[in-house]
Design a protein around this ligand. Structure first.
Ligand SMILES: [Zn+2]
Length: 113
């Protein structure tokens, strides 16, 4: 189901002048200082850049702990925060290939391939 809090593509902003990508959105390009952006859909393919197992989360996530919180380096060159839909500690490694699954309530969900 598609609504404003849930979507199936990972979106970023692309500077219309120098093509630098941003996630989350910015209002000024730090590279060329322009503020003219287009919203683009990223492929969502990438690899695990770093990760942490969260054992003592914020109160609203207590029932989900422990869970893995990662930074994913997308093939387009951005690093974005995310969690995994198929969480199995033995498969979560630096440089493991992942694919974006969905964005839901502020979280980017990725699948380990
Ligand atoms: Zn720029």
């Amino acid at each position: 189901m598609e609504n404003k809090n849930s979507r199936e593509k990972i979106k970023a902003l692309e500077c219309n002048t120098c093509r630098k990508l941003y996630f989350p959105p910015k209002y000024h390009c730090s590279q060329c200082d322009k503020s003219d952006f287009s919203e683009i859909n990223l492929e969502g393919e990438g690899k695990v850049y770093s990760f942490t197992v969260i054992r003592m989360p914020f109160e609203e996530f207590v029932e989900e702990a422990p869970y893995t919180f990662a930074e994913v380096a997308l093939d387009e060159g951005l690093v974005v925060p995310g969690r995994f839909t198929n969480e199995d500690e033995k498969d979560i490694k630096i440089n493991a290939r992942v694919s974006f699954v969905r964005y839901d309530s502020g979280v980017n969900w990725f699948k380990i391939r």
